[in-house]
Write a protein of this length. Structure first.
Length: 447
C-alpha cells in the first residue's frame, strides 16, 4: 500500500528480546526528514505483541519533537487481549491527537471477515481526503454491510468474552505443545490469535528422509571466488564465471542468494549490465564494495586498500537501483572505510551518502580481532536502512550480542561453508590413506 502511494516502506526490526515490540531507540534511528508515518499494529499480527501504556508513552516521547511524523494506529485486534490492558496512541498521547489516525474494523472481534467493513478516526482534513479517495475507487461500503456493522457495534457484544476465553485456552495449549517440541521455542503472545514460534533449533537439520530443513530467513551467499576457489580474492574471477556458478546454485535451492560482486566489474555502466544479469540468473541481492579495481581482499595483512571517491560510488549505487526490475531485489553497499583505516567518522559519512544514493542496506566491515569497531559503528549509525556484517575476523560476536544492537539484520559468514567442506574432505582422505580403506570414514559420511 505504501509503495502504491509512491512511498518507500522502511521495516524496523523488532527483536524477540524486546518482545517483538518497537523500541524508542530503534524508532529514533529509523526516522529521517522524509519519514511521513509510523504504522503501529497492537495487538500485533503475527507476533501477538501488545504495546502497554508505558510502551506507547516511550514511543510518543520520540515523536514529540518530530512533528513531521504522523501515527497510524491499527487497533483491529483491540478486543482480543489476554493479560495486559489495551492502550492506543490517541488516548495515551493526546498531544499527538492531531497527528494520529486510528483504524479498526469488524473482521476480528465480531468475526465479520466477509463483510469488509473498516473505519477510521483522525483529523478532519485527513478523514475528508480519505473519503474523497474512497469515493473515487470503490464508491463506498455497501448499505447492507453498514447496517450489519452498526448492529455489531451497538449490540451487547457478549460473544467477545467467549471469543477471548476460547482463544486463551487455545493459545496456552498450542504454546505448551510447541515448547515441548525439540528445536522449537515459542513466546506466549499477549493478544490476537497467533503464535510466532522460533524454528531456529531445527534449521540446518535433516528430516527422517534426509531432506534439509531450510528457511527463507537464511540466505545462500555466493562469493566471487566460489567458482574458482584456487584463486585469491583479488578480482581475478570474471563475471561470466561467477554467473555460471550462480545459475548452478539457483537451480538447486529455494533459498535467497546474496551475490558478492566485488566492485561491480567496472564503472556505473558495468554495474547496470551486472545487475540485469545477476537478477536474471536468480540472485536476490548483490553486494557491491567501494574499493578501486582491482581490489585486494580485506583481511590480508598490509594489503592495498584504496577506496573510490564517495561521489563515484554513489553513482554506482544509483545505477544499480535504476537497473533492477524487481523492487525487492536488494542492493547492499559494502563500506570498507574501517578496513582502510579511515576511521568511524569517514565510515559514517560514506554510509549516509550510500543510503541517500538508494542502497537498501549498508555492509560495514572490520579486520580487528574483536568486534568493538563494528559495535561502535552500529551504535553511532542513525540511518534508516539496516546494517550487514561479516564477522570473520571476530568469531566471538554472536547473534545474541548482535540483536541487542538493534540495527543489524544480516550476518554473512563468508567462505565458512567452503572452508568446512575442504576441511572435511582433507580429514576423510587422511583417514582413508591411514586405514588403507574407507571403512573408518563411512560412519560420519552421509549415505
Amino acid at each position: 500500500m505504501v509503495a502504491l502511494a509512491g512511498g518507500k516502506p522502511v521495516l524496523v526490526a523488532c527483536s524477540e528480546l524486546d518482545g517483538f515490540k518497537l523500541r524508542p531507540r530503534a524508532l529514533e534511528k529509523a526516522i529521517t526528514p522524509r519519514t511521513k508515518w509510523l504504522m503501529l499494529n497492537s495487538p500485533c499480527n503475527p507476533t501477538g505483541a501488545v504495546y502497554s501504556r508505558g510502551d506507547l508513552l516511550a514511543l510518543a516521547a520520540v515523536l514529540h519533537e518530530r512533528t513531521h511524523v504522523h501515527v497510524l494506529s491499527d487497533d483491529i485486534y483491540e478486543k482480543l487481549t489476554y493479560d495486559p490492558d489495551f492502550a492506543t496512541m490517541a488516548a495515551v498521547a493526546p498531544d499527538l491527537f492531531e497527528r494520529t489516525l486510528t483504524v479498526n474494523g469488524e473482521s476480528k472481534a465480531d468475526a465479520m471477515t466477509g463483510w469488509r467493513v473498516g473505519y477510521g478516526a483522525g483529523p478532519l482534513a485527513l478523514i475528508k481526503a480519505m473519503n474523497l479517495i474512497q469515493g473515487q475507487t470503490s464508491s463506498h461500503t455497501s448499505s447492507i454491510s453498514q447496517h450489519a456493522a452498526l448492529e455489531a457495534l451497538s449490540g451487547r457484544r457478549d460473544h467477545i468474552k467467549e471469543f477471548v476465553r476460547a482463544f486463551l485456552e487455545r493459545r496456552d495449549l498450542i504454546v505448551a505443545k510447541l515448547n515441548q517440541a525439540k528445536g522449537l521455542a515459542c513466546r506466549v503472545p499477549d493478544g490476537a490469535f497467533y503464535v510466532f514460534p522460533s524454528c531456529n533449533g531445527v534449521i540446518g537439520k535433516r528430516t527422517p528422509d534426509a531432506k534439509l530443513i531450510e528457511t527463507d530467513g537464511i540466505c545462500s551467499t555466493l562469493s566471487p571466488w566460489l567458482s574458482c576457489p584456487a584463486l585469491p580474492d583479488m578480482s581475478l574471477i570474471s563475471m561470466t564465471q561467477h554467473l555460471d556458478m550462480l545459475r548452478a546454485i539457483a537451480g538447486r535451492t529455494r533459498l535467497p542468494i546474496v551475490a558478492d560482486i566485488d566492485t561491480g566489474f567496472g564503472n556505473a555502466i558495468n554495474v547496470i549490465h551486472a545487475i540485469t544479469e545477476y537478477e536474471r540468473a536468480g540472485a536476490s541481492a548483490v553486494v557491491i564494495e567501494d574499493k578501486t579495481f582491482p581490489k585486494v581482499t580485506s583481511l590480508v595483512a598490509d594489503g592495498r586498500q584504496h577506496l573510490l571517491r564517495v561521489e563515484e560510488f554513489e553513482g554506482k549505487i544509483e545505477a544499480a537501483i535504476k537497473a533492477r526490475s524487481d523492487p525487492d531485489f536488494l542492493v547492499i553497499a559494502r563500506n570498507e572505510a574501517l578496513i582502510a583505516n579511515l576511521g568511524e567518522a569517514e565510515a559514517l559519512h560514506r554510509a549516509h551518502a550510500y543510503k541517500e544514493a538508494g542502497a537498501d542496506m549498508i555492509l560495514i566491515h572490520s579486520k580487528r580481532a574483536n568486534p568493538s569497531e563494528i559495535e561502535s559503528f552500529s551504535r553511532a549509525w542513525t540511518g534508516a536502512v539496516p546494517l550487514v556484517i561479516v564477522p570473520n575476523a571476530h568469531p566471538d560476536l554472536d547473534s545474541k550480542r548482535v540483536k541487542t544492537l538493534g540495527n543489524i539484520c544480516m550476518m554473512i559468514y563468508g567462505n565458512y561453508g567452503i572452508r568446512a567442506a575442504a576441511t572435511a574432505m582433507q580429514e576423510t582422505f587422511r583417514r582413508i590413506i591411514a586405514d588403507g580403506a574407507s571403512l573408518g570414514s563411512a560412519s560420519f559420511i552421509r549415505p
